[in-house]
Design a protein around this ligand. Structure first.
Ligand SMILES: C[S@@+](CC[C@H](N)C(=O)[O-])C[C@H]1O[C@@H](n2cnc3c(N)ncnc32)[C@H](O)[C@@H]1O
Length: 227
């Protein structure tokens, strides 16, 4: 299981049509997702091959801007099309990924899901914030770097009693966020999450992330949709 198969499993269950990907890079996931209408957002340059494939498929759109700019300027389009499923995989930073998730939730259809990549870093170095000098350096080096996206899971599980949130234990931690009654909540205020370090995650990652085995996505979707 990886982020692509998780997204396609959710699409199989819900019949999701409108897909939004924040942080597309070269389109590895974007091109393999089975949604009919795909929208990608990334301020970077994904490469000519990506644009060439995009041009052949009228149901795919790409915006070469940051996610913040996209949500600021494309509100009418988002209101018209909605979001059935989103992948948040842009800047690997706590506040940015939280803002991306919360913006997606504004347009998310009732049975929709927001999937998040990089929620389960395995070392202090992989979990560095890109807003620290060491994190900035790490982000630009080869090797695994997930950033502090995991704190968005902590925030959502502490402050949203209307969301189901869990992380699948595969592919650097694939977070899944849907509407619904939480299985259980955390109790961390905003300041505590800001100050929280990797040691807290390492001490109790199963509980903190509501970590589930990868195949849990199948049983979750059946229960979520009541089918
Ligand atoms: C890890 S890559 C995405 C990988 C891609 N989702 C995949 O599965 O193959 C992260 C991407 O996020 C983009 N990015 C960085 N900051 C961003 C922002 N503020 N808004 C949207 N995308 C951003 C980067 O340019 C980069 O291409």
């Amino acid at each position: 299981m990886n982020r692509i198969s998780v997204i396609n499993t959710i699409i199989d269950h819900t019949g999701a049509r409108a897909y939004l990907e924040i942080g597309v890079k070269q389109g590895l996931t974007f091109m393999q997702v089975n949604a009919e209408k795909r929208t990608g957002v990334d301020p970077g340059w994904p490469g000519l091959k990506f644009y060439w494939r995009l041009a052949r498929t009228p149901q795919m759109r790409f915006f070469k801007i940051t996610s913040d700019r996209f949500f600021e300027t494309r509100r009418p389009m988002l209101e018209k099309n909605g979001i059935d499923i989103a992948l948040v995989d842009g800047l690997h930073e706590y506040h940015q990924s939280l803002s991306d998730v919360e913006n997606c939730l504004k347009y998310l259809s009732p049975d929709g899901a927001v999937v998040m990549h990089d929620c389960n870093p395995q070392s202090v170095a992989a979990a560095l914030s890109p807003y620290t000098p060491a994190g900035r350096q790490r982000a630009n080096q080869p090797g695994t770097w997930n950033g502090d996206v995991w704190k968005t899971i902590v925030y959502l599980r502490s402050h949203h009693d209307d969301l189901r949130v869990f992380v699948l234990d595969c592919d650097h931690g694939v977070g899944v966020v849907t509407r619904g009654k939480p299985e259980g909540m955390l109790d961390f205020d905003k300041e505590a999450i800001d100050e929280m370090g990797y040691a807290t995650l390492e001490r109790d990652r199963r509980h903190i992330l509501n970590l589930k085995p990868p195949d849990y996505i199948h049983e979750f979707m059946v229960a979520h949709l009541g089918t």
